[in-house]
Design a protein around this ligand. Structure first.
Ligand SMILES: Nc1ncnc2c1ncn2[C@@H]1O[C@H](COP(=O)(O)OP(=O)(O)O)[C@@H](O)[C@H]1O
Ligand SMILES: Cc1ncsc1CCOP(=O)(O)O
Ligand SMILES: [Mg+2]
Length: 262
């Protein structure tokens, strides 16, 4: 794994354009800033092309979009493809709400994406696999997670990151599993959104999106684990801010020392 991409990211300080949701936008912006990229958010269609031109990647979070915003998302993603800026999609709760699944599939039918990052319920829904998703959370199911992730990667010709206790990263053929983790991620709303936007910072500086997604997932998971190990007790309210701190502090050597993957 090219963990040294973390140094490249900090040297290049890429602009990571994010269409976020109103719930977690500040954690996402601060997470991106902390790791060493430069966040910018916009919901205005009239500046879609200008925003894409100045950006090095686009992350589209579908956590709380409105009908009006779908036009902006269509415009921004079209320009991203036109200007060769990689797109990361976070399909929040598409496993729980049919409307979201339909809009997300329409979007994916019309654009090329670099990475789709979701939990098991979201990735299963996009891969047309039976699963009981629960709102924004993964929910329950007994399908083979690696097979689901691979199926979606093949269907959409992209890299898929299926996050969970073990993060599964696949390009449809090869699979990498990242084992670093902490239950505290589940106590912080926005962990998944931050992971997706962290992937957005790495695809901004590395054209091999499979490598970029692996390193992003590993850096993020190791940072969370370091914070959890530092805490005397699991403090849900403090985890988010400390995760942002650690995304800033973490070094390539820290990640190399703690990373567990195969
Ligand atoms: N059961 C779990 N135990 C520990 N960590 C988890 C678990 N599920 C997810 N994570 C971690 O939480 C982060 C957010 O992923 P996830 O919860 O799957 O996304 P979302 O918040 O979109 O549902 C990831 O870094 C992932 O590795
Ligand atoms: C609670 C909530 N509702 C709509 S989007 C959102 C945030 C989802 O964040 P995450 O998927 O990272 O848990
Ligand atoms: Mg999510």
């Amino acid at each position: 794994m090219k963990i040294d991409l973390l140094s490249k990211l900090r040297k290049q300080n890429p602009i990571a354009f994010n269409i976020s949701n109103f719930v977690t936008v500040q954690d996402v912006a601060n997470g991106i800033n902390a790791i060493g990229a430069s966040p910018i958010m916009s919901e205005e269609k009239n500046e879609a092309e200008a925003m894409i031109k100045i950006s090095n990647s686009l992350t589209v979070n579908l956590g709380a979009f409105t009908e009006g915003q779908l036009d902006q998302i269509a415009a921004v993603t079209k320009y991203a493809n036109q200007y060769n800026k990689p797109i990361v999609i976070d399909p929040v709760a598409v496993g729980a709400v049919q409307y979201r699944l339909d809009r997300c599939n329409e979007l994916l039918d019309n654009i090329n994406v670099a990475v789709i990052r979701g939990n098991a319920g979201e990735i299963a829904a996009l891969a047309d696999v039976e699963w009981q998703a629960k709102g924004i959370d993964a929910g329950e199911g007994d399908a083979d997670l690696e097979a689901i992730a691979k199926a979606l990667a093949k269907k959409r010709d992209c890299v898929v990151v299926l996050s969970g206790k073990t993060d599964i990263i696949t390009n449809g053929d090869a699979v990498v599993r990242v084992y670093n983790n902490t239950d505290l991620f589940k106590l912080h709303v926005g962990s998944g959104d931050m992971l997706s936007s962290t992937i957005g910072t790495f695809v901004a500086i590395e054209d091999d999106y499979f490598e970029a997604a692996q390193v992003a997932a590993t850096v993020f998971a190791v940072a969370g684990e370091i914070v959890a190990n530092r805490m005397d007790q699991p403090l849900a309210g403090s985890f988010g801010p400390q995760l942002i701190d650690e995304l800033h502090l973490i070094s390539v050597a820290d990640v190399e020392k703690h990373a567990q993957f195969d």
